[in-house]
Design a binder for this molecule. Structure first.
Ligand code: SAM
Ligand code: SF4
Length: 327
């Protein structure tokens, strides 16, 4: 089987595809209020182009693909894209990251089209706070989306909670109980200084080592592994099925095991979440590149993957938004 290994010996087998940079929410740490620097629709990769790029990645060894954004459910006809990508030989895991606002309606068609599982962003279980963090989002829609995901079997459902000092830090135990009750996996995330939200994000930064220590006073936590866990380090609450993942880009580097690259909606191939360099695939695609040219471009790009991010040394160095490359 072909594989793609970078100069630091990391095998690249996971691709995150941003299918849109638009979103129906405005999370404070992700998209600044009033942000309007979106890509033009004519620059979005079409479904045909996305299918070509993902097919090229599968030829060089990628096995797992996640659709993200922006909010992927706002891209028109998403189930059609899912069906096309799901039909590519070599894809073993096709997943989706979503805010779940539109998931109640979309879960069933997405499951039918070939999505295996979903990660859902949820930072608060309090409707007022949720609205505050998301720029007016309605919690009940997300809860209905989560229910629908479980009902149609988009499992395991993982909840992503960005833990923020003075905002929702006190809700971690409530989120643990919610996940215990519903059978969801919980992933706690440190805020990352990305884009113009960088300053806002860092001012609420919480070191998740502290959060973990506080949880360990309430629950017996044992180390655990989770397939497809990515950079999260997992523990399990003893005597239950609940796994809790900690995603700690700042307090604990996870670059040495980084196995992923990211495609932006306009065809930029980003090699590191914490660096700005991208290889532009759209011009190649639109200039009639052959499959062989594309494979060559991907191999050349991976040879440039940086060793590590520099969030600590150069916070706010990354000028794009998380919504452009999908987190
Ligand atoms: N809209 C979808 C969602 O919210 O799940 C998918 C895209 S969103 C950019 C992907 C993930 O990035 C979410 O879990 C979100 O919480 C996370 N994220 C965005 N900005 C972040 C930041 N500054 N620090 C940490 N996580 C961030
Ligand atoms: Fe939208 Fe997701 Fe960013 Fe929130 S985190 S603004 S839901 S893209």
């Amino acid at each position: 089987m072909a594989d793609l290994t970078d100069p630091f010996g990391r095998r690249i087998e996971y691709l995150r595809v941003s299918v849109t940079d638009r979103c129906d929410l405005r999370c404070t740490y992700c998209m600044p209020k009033g942000f309007d620097g979106f890509e033009e629709p004519e620059d979005w990769l079409t479904f045909e182009e996305l299918e070509r790029v993902v097919a090229a990645f599968t030829r060089v060894g990628v096995r797992r693909v996640r659709l993200t954004g922006g909010e992927p459910l706002v891209r028109k006809d998403l189930p059609e894209l899912v069906a096309r990508l799901g039909a590519l030989p070599g894809i073993e895991d096709l997943s989706l990251s979503t805010n779940a606002v539109r998931l109640a309606r979309m879960a069933e068609p997405l499951k039918r089209a070939g999505i295996h599982r979903v990660n859902v962003s949820l930072d608060s279980l309090d409707p007022g706070r949720f609205a505050g963090v998301t720029g007016g989002g309605r919690l009940e829609k997300v809860l209905a989306g989560l229910e629908a995901a479980r009902r149609v079997g988009l499992e395991p459902v993982k909840l992503n909670m960005v833990v923020m000092r003075g905002v929702n830090e006190d809700e971690v135990p409530a989120m643990v109980e919610f996940c215990l009750e519903h059978g969801y996996t919980l992933r706690l995330i440190e805020t990352m200084p990305v884009g113009a939200t960088g300053q806002a994000a860092t001012s609420h930064y919480v070191d998740l080592q502290e959060v973990r220590a506080r949880l360990a006073e309430r629950y017996e936590l044992v180390p655990a592994v989770m397939s497809g866990g990515g950079p999260a380090r997992y523990v399990q609450v003893a005597g239950t099925d609940l796994k809790i993942g900690f995603i700690t880009p700042l307090s604990q580097h996870f670059c040495e095991t980084c196995n992923r690259v990211r495609l932006s909606v306009d065809g930029g191939l980003f090699l590191c979440l914490g660096q700005n360099d991208a290889i532009e695939l759209r011009p190649l695609l639109r200039a009639g590149a052959s499959d062989g040219d594309l494979d060559e471009a991907l191999r050349g790009a991976i040879a440039l993957k940086p060793e590590r991010h520099e969030f600590r040394e150069h916070p706010c160095q990354v000028v794009r938004f998380m919504s452009a490359t999908g987190g």
